[in-house]
Write a protein that binds this ligand. Structure first.
Ligand code: NAP
Length: 237
């Protein structure tokens, strides 16, 4: 679907879906602020920045770090210009700690997942809200593993709790930003061939990213607060 050029911000953009979303946004002519924890080590992202001078800015952000969120909000106007605004915020950064077992749960790991997967998107969106354009889109990368209705086994509890809580954050943010016409959605990208998804995953990263961007481009205002997959199909909460 053709859309006019946007100013987008993608978190966790140094690899996986975040990198591919950044690549595809640039390919369609958008300007992108790509954030990651360690820009100095983000070689693929820095190569993209070299190939798209003036269109891609790489800035540091650990989504779980309050000082880093505040610094990003402070620095963004330098990149966007005084009147510049973000049209599309993709809260993509996420973590899945593997190997969790009932009977041997690790509190620190559970808390880490909640901080990154749930509080991260909520607090990043809050910090950047003054810089979002009226009518902007906010896409939170959720997961079918965060679907309470779809849970049929004990698996990846830190991740599942984090994404379920993130889904509530999506609903709350949709309410908080409704008066500015900002549409906030939870997106399941499929089981994607990234470091997190692993080699068995069914969806190529480019197809998932393309599907997500098409779904986001087609969002009607009434879709705010919904949970959709990369094909635009509704997910059960
Ligand atoms: P990935 O390959 O593991 O990449 C995760 C990205 O998140 C990396 O860039 C990582 O940065 C970043 N990140 C982790 N913690 C962070 C933090 N505290 N602050 C900033 N960045 C952080 O995962 P992916 O498959 O691309 O997943 C992208 C999103 O889709 C995630 O939210 C994930 O939960 C969701 N998702 C993925 C799948 C799948 O099958 N792959 C399925 C459902 C949902 P570092 O390099 O610094 O670690």
């Amino acid at each position: 679907m053709d859309t006019p050029p946007l100013h987008a911000l993608v978190t966790g953009a140094n690899r996986g879906l975040g990198l591919e979303l950044t690549r595809q946004l640039l390919a369609r002519g958008d300007r992108v602020v790509a954030t990651c924890r360690q820009p100095g080590k983000a070689s693929a992202l820095n190569a993209l920045a070299g190939a798209h001078p003036g269109h891609l800015h790489v800035l540091p952000l650990d989504v779980a770090d309050g000082k880093a969120r505040a610094r990003l909000a402070h620095e963004l106007p330098l990149v966007l210009g005084d009147d510049g605004r973000i049209d599309l915020l993709i809260n993509n950064a996420g973590v899945l700690h593997s190997g969790e077992r009932f009977g041997r749960l690790d509190q620190a790991q559970l808390e880490d997942s909640l901080r990154i997967n749930a509080l991260g998107p909520l607090l990043v969106t809050e910090a950047l809200a003054p810089l979002l354009a009226d009518g902007a889109r906010v896409a939170n990368l959720s997961s079918q593993l965060g679907s309470i209705a779809g849970t049929t086994r004990f698996g990846t509890p830190g991740y599942a709790l984090g994404k379920a809580a993130q889904n509530m954050a999506t609903r709350l943010l949709a309410q908080a930003l409704a008066e500015r016409g900002i549409v906030v959605v939870a997106c399941h990208p499929g089981w994607v061939q990234t470091d997190m998804g692993g080699a068995q995953a069914t969806e190529p990263v480019d197809a998932s990213a393309r599907g997500l961007l098409d779904v986001i481009a087609g969002l009607a205002p009434a879709a705010s607060g919904s949970f959709l997959d990369w094909r635009g199909e509704a997910m059960a909460w």
